[in-house]
Design a protein. Structure first.
Length: 115
């Protein structure tokens, strides 16, 4: 059974940091590209960052470039999103997507940035 599970969401103050995790079991994680998306209330889901299956290539949305870092540890079947200098606009449910020719989504983890 395939499971994609995000964790690490929390309430954090502006300029704070969080690290999200995405653990994908039941698949050969090492051949999947991993992407993070987020969806704020009333907004469409938006792409945040991507990492290639080997971890050598990463891409970021302009809104998070320089503040967020995506990484992965294939031995731990887990991808990460390190989020620094958080802003209130970063408040959203964050989703992980694992994809090759098939796509798997997690259920999301809530990140709230508020003072």
């Amino acid at each position: 059974q395939v499971r994609v599970v995000e964790s690490g969401g929390d309430l954090v103050q502006p300029v704070g940091s969080l690290r999200l995790s995405c653990r994908a079991s039941g698949i050969d994680f090492s051949i999947f590209t991993v992407e993070w998306y987020r969806q704020a209330p009333g907004n469409q889901r938006e792409w945040v960052a991507s990492i290639s299956f080997g971890g050598r290539s990463t891409m970021y949305a302009d809104s998070v470039t320089g503040r967020f870092t995506i990484s992965r540890d294939n031995a731990k079947i887990t991808a990460y999103l390190q989020m620094n200098s958080l802003k209130t606009d970063d408040t959203a449910v964050y989703y992980c997507k694992a994809l090759t020719q098939t796509t798997y989504w997690g259920q999301g983890t809530q990140v709230t940035v508020s003072s």
